[in-house]
Design a protein around this ligand. Sequence first.
Ligand SMILES: *Cc1c(COP(=O)(O)O)cnc(C)c1O
Length: 364
Amino acid sequence: MQKNVYVTRPYFPPIEKYFNYIQGAYDNESLTNNGPLVQELTEKLKGKLGVNHLLLVSNGTVALQIAYRLKELANKNVITTPYTFAATSTALAWQGANPTLANINKNSWNIEPNEVEKLLKNQQGNAIVAVNLFGQPCDLDALELLAQKYNVPLIYDSAHALLSTYKGKSIYEYGDIHCISFHATKLFHTIEGGAMVFKDEADYLLAKKLINFGIAEDGIIEQAGINGKLSEIHAAMGLCVFDDLPALVLERKELIAYYHELLGNTVTYQSDRFPHETQPIYMPVQFSCESQALQVEEALNTQGYYPRRYFMPQHYQFLSNAQTSIINDCSLLANKTLCLPLMNNMKKATVNNICEIILKVLRK
Ligand SMILES: *Cc1c(COP(=O)(O)O)cnc(C)c1O
């Protein structure tokens, strides 16, 4: 019997290499508090992304919380998308902000700038939190213009988008803060972990204090903070995965291309009108209706394949009732979308099997 194939599997770098880094931590007698491995990983990521202000943190959700805190979003209406992992808006609610949903674009599945503008115009939003969903950038130019025109902070949940680009440019040229997740299920990971990328140095310096209880370098605590530090042991995993990233990206791109080749136009893909590079992190496909998606899911499950219905807006019941119509509307789209298994060390034969099962259901 073959083993079950889930929507994804963490990448496990060679264990000897990991042990070497852990040995280094023992030798340095440093386990956390911005140690040498955290500093090394910070520098490597800054180089790879071409950014100046990058802060490693303990997870992607803490990155969001710090960003929301930094932009003082408590008690404010914050415009965000219904189609995302729950953390984008649960973290807003946790920080005392009021998530205010703007509908998504039906093709890109990302937040629709025109809908954002309607809310801004009616003074129903004091900030924007956009998500580069499944690694595909939002309409970054349009959102940037809106943030300037209405003078509101613009934060990106780039949990899926570490390596994505937009119109040939870095996504980090846009917005005030990007929050990234390095959770084990993401393409690049540190087991648990995350990063924040800042446009302004002042924001970076403040965040650096906030992740360390609010303590400044001179020991003065002017502002309450929290513990959001990444440990050396987590950074060690990141350093191992970092070296393998180009190969991991290439392998997943080939798998995605193979899915496209086999499924062709029998399903609908995430699409947009501007040139961009999507980090190969998920393989979402949309079926013609929810019942078809469920049939496909069931047929795959019986053969040991477990796609996932990322994400289910209708589950976000912590949001206020006022949001119901947008949630329902977005759920119509989300409920017919499945993320197919995609991971490193996945055989093309597995993609073959999965696509055969899907095509058989669709031909019925
Ligand atoms: C994974 C994820 C997060 C949360 O990151 P963690 O590191 O798991 O806390 C936030 N937003 C999105 C869109 C995600 O996919």
